[in-house]
Design a protein around this ligand. Structure first.
Ligand code: NAD
Ligand code: MG
Length: 339
């Protein structure tokens, strides 16, 4: 069993007198900065000069500095910018401004685990990774609740890294939901695997193929969209609430029988497992990370082509049209990242 920490295990007072810098003001950044400020912490946000978020953060009552100034100011520096730009920003503006005894923090382990960022030995390195989108981290906190988090410590130079990271988790409200101990390696590998094999890669491919199969057989695209895409959320909501058992309770016995008979035909057990293991191996030995880092260095040709191609897929075009008139499908939260 993974070790869990709750509010009683986290002493937010360890943050007293600590200056906390949040680099970035996106999904996670705005939530961490505002929650910590509301928890009574001394917070500042580090942004690029000319960033459109500068005014937003100031409007929220937060102090804002350039990334370099903010990194210098902070005792604790949480990096909440896009993973693929972190290494460059770290080298240029953060590393030169870190002092021994500071704590460098992350909400995802990619850059530390794949050694894109190699912090100096005298610095604590920890992770508090909320298991939900940033806007939920904020809304739950405001509601007196909290999104559960993962905690990991990669370097404990001061010996205080755990209690400081737990205090940080309390500050953003995560300790109300529970903080689960892990490692940078496990967080990185399981996060990448989940989004690739199941949540994003697997699910999108499944919906797309289902949609295409019905349309190619002559059924209306709108009908295919409802059956293979729209209803996905309704089904997932049931599983999320009460497991597969609740979904099976809620669907017809015909649907449940079809689940047992046809599921394994669509995803043949041995073959799918073999493919999933291959995806996991590429993640574990750094092949995936190497490709993604190279893709970013080479102008994202493959990535951009795929994104453009998907935007033109009939399921996206039909879906956009249908959703305009769907009074029950008004979930417009843009913050739907996979983490
Ligand atoms: P985001 O894309 O919402 O925000 C990133 C912010 O960084 C933006 O405001 C952007 O303007 C800024 N930025 C980009 N390049 C910059 C640069 N060169 N200098 C300064 N600022 C720059 O990102 P996010 O989803 O909040 O992700 C932040 C971190 O949190 C990542 O490590 C991610 O893996 C992790 N995370 C995200 C989620 C999630 O659900 N979104 C959940 C858990 C962990
Ligand atoms: Mg993720």
């Amino acid at each position: 069993m993974a070790k869990m920490y709750y509010e009683k295990d986290c002493d937010i007072n360890y943050l007293d007198g600590k200056k906390i810098t949040i680099i970035g003001y996106g999904s996670q950044g705005h939530a961490h900065a505002m929650n910590l400020k509301d928890s009574g912490c001394d917070v500042c946000v580090g942004l690029r000069e000319g960033s459109k978020n500068w005014a937003n953060a100031e409007k929220a009552g937060l102090a804002v500095k350039t990334v370099a100034e903010a990194a210098k100011w902070g005792d604790i520096v949480m990096i909440l910018i896009n993973d693929e730009v972190q290494a460059d920003v770290y080298k240029k503006d953060i590393a030169p401004n870190l002092s021994a005894g500071n704590m460098l923090m992350f909400a995802h382990g990619f850059n530390i685990h794949f050694k894109q960022i190699v912090p100096p030995a005298g610095v604590d390195v920890s992770m508090i990774a909320p298991k939900g989108p940033g806007h939920t981290v904020r809304s739950q906190y405001v509601a007196g609740k909290g999104v559960p988090c993962l905690i990991a410590v990669e370097q404990n130079a001061t010996g205080d890294a755990y209690k400081l990271a737990l205090a940080y988790a309390a500050g953003i409200g995560g300790a109300r939901g529970g903080v689960m101990e892990t490692t940078f390696q496990d967080e990185t590998e399981t996060d990448l695997f989940g989004e690739q094999a199941v949540l994003c890669g697997g699910v999108v491919e499944l919906m797309k193929l289902g949609f295409e199969t019905l349309v190619e057989a002559g059924y209306a695209p709108e009908n295919a969209y409802f059956e293979c895409i729209h209803e996905m959320k309704l089904i997932i909501d049931l599983i999320n609430k009460g497991g597969v058992a609740m979904m099976n309770y809620s669907i017809s016995d015909t649907a449940e029988y079809g689940e047992y008979v046809s599921g394994p035909r669509i995803l043949p057990y041995e073959e799918t497992k073999k493919n999933m293991k291959a995806v996991l191996t590429d993640i574990q030995d750094g092949v995936f990370a190497g490709r993604w880092i190279a893709e970013n260095k080479n102008g994202r040709t493959f990535f951009n082509a795929k994104r453009a191609q998907l935007a033109k897929h009939q399921m996206e075009i039909v879906g956009a049209e249908l959703r305009k008139n769907m009074l029950w499908g008004d979930d417009t939260d843009p913050d739907t990242a996979s983490n």
